[in-house]
Design a protein around this ligand. Structure first.
Ligand code: HEC
Length: 159
């Protein structure tokens, strides 16, 4: 078992995400270009499979504190604005390392949660889709022409 000092995590997480997550997800393509964290497609309120996955993971792992659909709550800030303001590396680093600025208001570290760690790119995509992409609230549908992509291969990272 490897033990890292908490403070090493942001840099490490960024390195690990760069090395592991991006190549792992690069096989999933949005049209011609390889997928990169934060990429999304919004068409008539529907989304690509990766952004849909981001909604699912967010709802399971983050919503209890950050509120429905990324809007924020009295306890934790809106992640829609955080994603736009912070950018990918900072967003991913915060999820891996956790954060406590206000004493008692704790953002937990997800470094030991592989389900969340491998899905951070999709959570980030979902947040950008909600913000600049204009995606509305609630569970989005997947764009029909992109359905096959979601069902074949390992596109669905539900478990
Ligand atoms: C137990 C409650 C809790 C859960 C669960 C949680 N968070 Fe947080 N999160 C917080 C709190 C509280 C803060 C504010 C911390 C601070 O800055 O003091 C925060 C801050 C953040 C920030 C920085 C926001 C900013 O404005 O800069 C990001 C990014 C973030 N969380 C992402 C996530 C993601 C992604 C998930 C799900 C995988 C998640 N959080 C799950 C409580 C939580």
């Amino acid at each position: 078992m490897m033990v890292f000092q908490r403070t090493y995590w942001p840099a490490l997480a960024v390195a690990l995400l760069g090395l592991l997550l991006v190549p792992a997800t690069a096989a999933q393509e949005l049209g011609e270009a390889p997928y990169r964290p934060g990429d999304y497609v919004v068409e008539d309120g529907k989304v690509d499979p990766n952004t849909y996955e981001g909604y699912i993971v967010y709802t399971r792992a983050c919503m209890a504190c950050h509120g429905p659909d990324g809007l924020g709550s009295s306890f934790a800030p809106s992640l829609i604005r955080a994603a736009e303001r912070r950018g990918w590396a900072d967003f991913a680093g915060t999820v891996a390392a956790g954060r406590e600025v206000q004493p008692g208001q704790v953002m937990p570290s997800f470094a030991d949660d592989p389900y969340v760690m491998r899905n951070i790119p999709y959570i980030f995509s979902y947040m950008l889709a909600r913000g600049e992409g204009g995606l509305g609230r609630g569970r989005p549908q997947i764009i029909e022409s992109m359905q096959d992509e979601a069902e074949s291969g390992d596109g669905n990272q539900d478990d």
